[in-house]
Structures are given as structure tokens and as C-alpha cells.
Design a protein. Structure first.
Length: 401
């Protein structure tokens, strides 16, 4: 079977940020922006900077940009652009949406979150537990870091209002079976509330096929600027009462959840980011990134995302994301035992130590082969410090944090 691979040389040429001798191990921190995204932001500010709703050309162009951004978001997510809200970040949008839903929740109502989730999809619910007396329960994971669907099913009951879950875990790369979670949630009359922030750059999102009720993601993780984006089913967004100022537009429904003036210049960058992905197509992105961190060196690619690396390094080969679950495979007991030992006894406060450990081998390879002068990673201080020193010793090159 022939698969289309990314032309990494041509793609790299579109990123000023990649014209340096650096290896970015910073997938969880976000992607770099291609120049067309940067140019779109600057062009908007140079030529079109205005607020919406005015009768003059720059304002009309700004209004058209907002509409276009919604349309692009709809095509990116697989929904109507009306069902999308832009905001400062996934986290801020999630607080906003959960607060809107909370107006209908009561003490004793239950929300399930998974142990794979980022705090952006957990903390808003914990805040409601504190404020309203709802009950937050946690769905367990198996030893191999795959989601425990029995734990999910056994905790569903007639008080469950929401199942909040991640489409891909930024910590360990597990990509649960979205449809299975959604079906279980809906079967119990609960909403399916998805966090696709980490998944965003790894494959196409299709909220209609997945049938999620709410989905959040962040364009800065898929080549766009720092901002957040949320999808909600039309009838839900219309039925909730968001916290907003009275004169702000109520329609289309997504606008109700965009507080104040949108970041127009970032919307221009977002549109360019979606165009960038469209210009390449998902297949080469998915096929090529599937080879990252596989350890076989066939792709010759030197940008390794740490969470992704962990998943790829231990998972059976195949596509992540939609449909069947992608997860770290069983086996590798010795390594798992070692990681557990290190986590438990040596680096207890550093819960992300796995990333760093799993990134160590490719980091060593890159630095030794002198293909990069430094590696940027958002790995947390303890492990990065220890392993960074070791790397420097072995290669004479720094692992820069
Ligand atoms: C899986 C996941 N969810 C949520 C977030 C929070 O996103 P934001 O920074 O847009 O608030 C992150 C950020 O790293 C993430 O990786």
C-alpha cells in the first residue's frame, strides 16, 4: 500500500521558526506557525484593523473576516460555523461553557472525568463541585494507560449529566475510542464533552460523526495563533443562558459565547492555519507523524513530540484517533516497571517524567548526530534538569528548556 508522505523539506521552508538548528520536543506546548499565519495576522493589523458593524470598508472587512473564521472553523470541525465560539483559550471557553450549563445543574448531579484528562477539562467541573455540590467522579485507566471502559460504564447512573473526556491525552498519548465513550454517555442520558486540544494537529476532527455535544480545541496546537475554539450542538448552545452583556449578538448561537470583541487579528491567523492544513491535506500529516518516534529512523524526521513519541514507541502500528482506540500496547513490562519505579520513588512530584524519559533516546540521537544544536522541551524542571545534564555530558550539547 502506498501512502502519501509529507514533503518535510518543502513544509519546513514555510516556517521561519524551523530555519534554526533546533529540535522542538514541545508538542504539548503548541506548534510553530507557518509564515502565512504570521503574515495574515500582520496584514489584518496593517490594512483592516477595526471593530465589526461599522459602515466603512475596514469594519466591513472585519465583519467578513469573523464570518469567514466561523465558516473555516465549521469546515475544520465538521459542523456549522454558527455552532462555533472563539475565545482566549480552551480553558477559558471551558469555564464559560460549564458555567452556562451549570445554571441547569443541581447538587447531587454527577460528572465523570477521566484520569487521562488535562486539568482544563477537569478543573471547571471541580469548581462546580465546590460551588454547587455536584459530584465529580473519575474514570480509571488500565495498567497500560488505556481507558477503562468498565470503570466508565459502572459509574454511569441516572444522576450523570456529563462525561468529560480527552480525544488524545497530552501526557501519554492515549487516544480513546471516541464513539464508544459518546455512546455510553448518551445511553445514560449524559452529555459527551470532548477535549481535542492535543488531538488537534494529529488528525481530522468530525464532531458530527463523533456525535459529541461539546468539543474544545486550541488553534495554537495546530499551526495557528494562541486562542481557543469551542463547538456546541446548536440546540444546546441555544438552550443555555451564557454570561454575557445584553447588547452582544445572540445569533448565530456561537456568538453568545464570545465575550466582548473577538481577537480579529488572531482569527485572520486561524483562517490561514486552516488553509495551511488544507494545502497539505490530512493524509500526509497523519501518515508522516505516525512515523515520528517509531525508532526506525525511516522518515528521517527530527521533530519529535514527546507525548506522541511515548504512544508511538509502545503502540502497535496504525492510525490514531477516530474509531478504534489507539493506546500504548501491553508488554514492555521491564520498561514500565522501571518507569513506575522512577515515578514512585525518585521523582514523585514530577508527574510528567514519562515524557522526558521517553524523549531521552531520540534526544540523544539528535544531539549526537549534530543535526541540531539544542532541543526545546516543556518537560517539567526535575526530569529535564537531570536528563539535560546527562545529555550535555554525553554529547557536549545542551538540552534547553
Ligand atoms: C489536552 C489539553 N487540554 C487542554 C489544554 C488547555 O488548553 P489551553 O491552553 O488552550 O487552555 C491543553 C494545553 O496544553 C491540553 O494539552
Amino acid at each position: 500500500m502506498s501512502a502519501t508522505l509529507l514533503d518535510t523539506t518543502a513544509v519546513r521552508a514555510r516556517f521561519t521558526a524551523l530555519q534554526r538548528r533546533l529540535a522542538f520536543f514541545d508538542g504539548p506546548g503548541g506548534t510553530q506557525c507557518p509564515d502565512e499565519v504570521i503574515d495574515a495576522i500582520a496584514e489584518y493589523l496593517r490594512h483592516d484593523n477595526a471593530n465589526v458593524g461599522g459602515p466603512f470598508p475596514t469594519s466591513r472587512r472585519s465583519s467578513a473576516l469573523v464570518d469567514l473564521a466561523h465558516e473555516k472553523a465549521g469546515s475544520f470541525l465538521g459542523c456549522s460555523g454558527d455552532e462555533v465560539a472563539f475565545g482566549q483559550s480552551m480553558t477559558s471557553l471551558n469555564f464559560l461553557l460549564t458555567r452556562a450549563l451549570a445554571r441547569e445543574l443541581q447538587a447531587g448531579d454527577e460528572v465523570l472525568v477521566t484520569k487521562l484528562d488535562h486539568d482544563g477539562n477537569v478543573a471547571p467541573w471541580l469548581a462546580l463541585q465546590e460551588d454547587l455540590g455536584i459530584v465529580v467522579r473519575r474514570i480509571d485507566v488500565h495498567e497500560d494507560l488505556s481507558l477503562d471502559y468498565d470503570s466508565l460504564a459502572s459509574q454511569l447512573n441516572d444522576r450523570t449529566r456529563v462525561v468529560a473526556f480527552t480525544v488524545a491525552a497530552n501526557s501519554v498519548g492515549t487516544a480513546p475510542d471516541v464513539r464508544r465513550i459518546v455512546d455510553l454517555a448518551h445511553g445514560a442520558g449524559a452529555l459527551a464533552w470532548a477535549d481535542a486540544v492535543h488531538y488537534g494537529p494529529h488528525g481530522p476532527i468530525d464532531v458530527a460523526a463523533w456525535d459529541v455535544d461539546v468539543l474544545l480545541c486550541s488553534p495554537y496546537k495546530f499551526y495557528g495563533p494562541h486562542m481557543g475554539m469551542a463547538y456546541g450542538k446548536q440546540d444546546l448552545l441555544a438552550s443555555w443562558r451564557p454570561y454575557k452583556v445584553r447588547p452582544a449578538a445572540n445569533d448565530p448561537v456561537g456568538h453568545r459565547y464570545e465575550l466582548g470583541t473577538c481577537q480579529h487579528e488572531l482569527l485572520a491567523g486561524f483562517v490561514a492555519a486552516v488553509d495551511y492544513i488544507d494545502s497539505i491535506g490530512w493524509e500526509p500529516i497523519v501518515v508522516t507523524t505516525d512515523r515520528f518516534g517509531s525508532g526506525d529512523g525511516r522518515s528521517g524526521e527530527r521533530v519529535v513530540r514527546t507525548g506522541e513519541f511515548l504512544r508511538r514507541s509502545s503502540a502497535p502500528r496504525g492510525r490514531a484517533g477516530r474509531g478504534a482506540e489507539s493506546r500504548p500496547a501491553r508488554g514492555g513490562g521491564l520498561r514500565r516497571g522501571f518507569l513506575r519505579f522512577v515515578e514512585k520513588w525518585l521523582l514523585v512530584p514530577d508527574k510528567h517524567v514519562r515524557w522526558t524519559l521517553m524523549a531521552f533516546a531520540p534526544a540523544l540521537g539528535i544531539l549526537k548526530s549534530a543535526e541540531a544544536d539544542a532541543i526545546y522541551t516543556s518537560s517539567p524542571p526535575v526530569s529535564a534538569h537531570v536528563l539535560g545534564r546527562l545529555l550535555k555530558r554525553l554529547t557536549g550539547r545542551p538540552w534547553t528548556r
